[in-house]
Ligand binder design. Structure first.
Ligand SMILES: Cc1ncc(C[n+]2csc(CCOP(=O)(O)OP(=O)(O)O)c2C)c(N)n1
Length: 631
């Protein structure tokens, strides 16, 4: 019997929130799914890829989020059920297509999942995508746990089809990444093939007067959804004069706080937060004297509560972010919400949080610090090493989003800027226009395909002087090794047409294009030195497979990894290796440098770094470069 995501109806499986969303799509009979990876949404794709291989529906890792939305939308226009998903900032990329898709509507049910990241655990900002639902006029469901993540996804498909409008499902890191038992439902039949038959001839023609007509229709749909459907997802629990209004993971924090404090409060849990079930909210607010709104990030619900309370209960005291009881920054936890609730109720917190924190920091002090570092053998380290030697601190380094962003750290310091996917390339042109410094772009292969190409075209066309290093590790590494358009296979294992970056760039008219192996320091350094002398756009493709993939292959083919070692006779303890290459396998042993055999991958890339030839292979070690691994 299959387990997990593919287990039969009626079984209870421990699923991640993200796996539960994927299961919801499968139960709803989804036919077409598309996405671009991004934490905390990526596991939806890993789960869908597995299910697609088994069940035969379509899944792709698209070139970017906008493309994913367009693929899914056209499938929904053709009468199929479709889903796409992305991290919060992915919605920024997709938004141009999404805003207008709301006007166009859909025929088959379509769900768009936004996985937000309060605390910016793995992101460049903490944006609250619930406002997108309002500005796009799209209905939105917010699950609180994996069971709801599945159930609400299924409902979102049904309602999307009933009202012919895409539905947003908004999750956050703690909903997406928590694992909990989920009772599975029946898997409905898929439709297989659709047909593109617009319901009216102008349905998908969003121009002027037609768009205005569709805008008005969309607003009517939203009114109907509020009247007919929003109440289904709202629930009142408990009794009392003190109320809590909450949604998403905030509901779980609120429950925990109520339990820890042992108080009687009345809770309104909302599942559809756009459009809000305003009648239910209004009745709830009439019945309480004070209300605490528990939601992470922005005062999205709180401002609506304040607005509705003006009519429903003008005396009502609303506590939340605007009153200073809860923060707008970072993720919540039991302590944050217990403190807010205790203060609201005039009680003292029942838990000695200071004591707990003291104990936690004592434990933390005993643990070794673990700052994020590039893996041993990472080709990006080698690129950084050669780049730093060739260009030093002369350029402005425009770094992008990917593992190589870690080159901001010492000893490399190759990032003046890290901003949004693809931004390095646009910023580079601006720096060239505005200053006499040479801009250097560090962009990964996945990011290059995602959003780097238009800005590169711009730089070429505008005759800018820019050095572009494409850190081509043949995969989207940071999010867990998803294929991208440069990779010759699809997410589900079939062959794909790989796009050759070198040919693409030459085709755009760049005459300075070098493809180098970053482990070849001399060649890579030379390429950057020549690029600096070149007048226009110079592209250096630094190509070597992600070391995690190579290490796995070495293990498969040779049984184990044999590390390199430092010859104590030759090591002078000059520490050049640590100071310039900073592989985490180097250990400063006080009077000499050693290599930690448990950390190194046995790649041999550090050998030329030592001026005394002290880094030597152990018996049976391979040299990845000489032995053909990773290129
Ligand atoms: C708009 C957007 N989508 C997705 C992400 C998540 N994300 C961060 S880095 C990255 C890709 C990294 O791949 P690549 O540029 O090839 O660098 P690598 O990590 O392989 O070195 C992704 C998808 C994001 N930050 N922003």
């Amino acid at each position: 019997m299959k387990r997990g995501l593919l287990a039969p109806a009626g079984s209870v499986e421990p699923l991640l929130g993200n796996e539960a969303i994927a299961r919801g799509a499968v139960e709803a009979g989804v036919d077409v799914t598309a996405a671009y990876p991004g934490t905390p949404s990526t596991e939806i794709g890993e789960a869908l890829a597995e299910a697609a291989r088994e069940l035969g529906f379509y899944f792709e890792w698209s070139a970017n989020e906008k493309v994913a939305v367009e693929v899914a939308a056209a499938a929904a226009w053709s009468g199929l059920r479709s889903m796409c998903f992305m991290k919060h900032v992915g919605v920024n990329v997709a938004s141009d297509a999404l805003f207008t898709l709301a006007y166009a509507g859909v025929v088959g049910g379509m769900v768009v999942v936004s996985a937000d990241d309060p605390h910016a655990h793995s992101s460049q900002n903490e944006q609250d995508n619930r406002y997108y639902a309002v500005s796009m006029s799209l209905p939105m469901l917010e699950p609180s746990n994996p069971q709801e993540a599945k159930d609400l996804t299924v409902r979102a498909f049904d309602l999307s089809e009933r009202y012919s409008v895409p539905f947003l499902v908004r999750s956050t890191t703690r909903v997406s990444h928590v694992r909990a038992p989920v009772r599975l439902g029946e898997v409905r039949a898929r439709r297989g093939k659709g047909d593109f038959r617009p319901p009216e001839p102008d349905r998908y023609l969003q121009v002027g007067a037609i768009a205005r007509k569709h805008h008005a229709e969309l607003l009517e749909k939203l009114e109907r959804i509020e009247a007919e459907a929003a109440g289904e997802f709202a629930r009142v629990e408990g009794e009392g004069e003190f109320g809590i209004v909450t949604s998403g993971v905030g509901y779980l924090y609120a429950l925990e706080a109520v339990k820890l404090l042992g108080v009687e409060v009345k809770v309104l849990k909302l599942g559809m937060t756009h459009p809000l079930p305003e009648r239910i909210l209004s009745e709830f607010l009439e019945g309480v004297e004070r209300v605490l709104v528990v939601e992470e990030l922005e005062p999205f619900l709180e401002d609506r509560v304040r607005a509705v309370a003006k009519d429903a209960n003008p005396e009502l005291e609303v506590l939340g972010k605007r009153s200073g009881h809860l923060p707008r920054v970072g993720e919540y936890n039991a302590e944050v919400v217990v403190r807010a609730l205790a203060e609201g109720l005039g009680e003292s917190p029942p838990v000695d949080f200071e004591g707990l924190r003291r104990r936690a920091s004592e434990v933390l002090e005993r643990l070794p610090p673990r700052p994020p570092v590039l893996c041993p053998a990472c080709p990006h380290r080698a690129t950084g090493y050669a780049m730093k030697r060739a260009l030093g601190s002369r350029p402005v380094y425009l770094n992008d989003i990917g593992c190589y962003a870690l080159l901001f750290q010492k000893p490399f310091e190759l990032a003046h800027v890290t901003h949004a996917m693809g931004s390095s390339m646009g910023f580079a042109s601006g720096i060239d226009v505005a200053t006499d410094r040479i801009p250097v772009v560090l962009i990964g292969d996945s990011t290059f395909f995602h959003a780097g190409i238009p800005a590169l075209i711009n730089a070429i066309h505008q005759k800018r002087r820019v050095i572009v290093a494409v850190l081509d590790n043949r995969i989207t590494a940071m999010t867990g090794h998803q294929p991208h358009p440069g990779v010759p296979r699809r997410a589900t294992g079939e062959e794909a047409t790989p796009i050759d970056i070198e040919r693409l760039v030459r085709g755009l008219g760049v005459d300075f294009v070098r493809v180098v192996d970053p482990y070849d320091f001399k060649e890579t350094e030379r390429a950057f030195r020549e690029a600096e002398k070149h007048g226009g756009v110079a592209v250096v493709v630094c190509r070597r497979e992600c070391a995690l993939l190579t290490a796995a292959r070495v293990r498969r083919e040779r049984g184990r990894i044999v590390p390199y070692r430092v010859d104590p006779e030759r090591c002078t303890y000059c520490r050049v290796c640590i100071m310039t290459y900073a592989c985490p396998a180097f250990v400063d042993a006080g009077d000499r440098v050693e290599r930690d055999p448990a950390v190194g991958f046995g790649c041999g890339s550090c050998v030329p770094v030592c001026p005394y030839g002290a880094i030597v292979p152990s018996e049976g070690a391979v040299d990845w470069r000489r032995d053909g691994y990773g290129v």
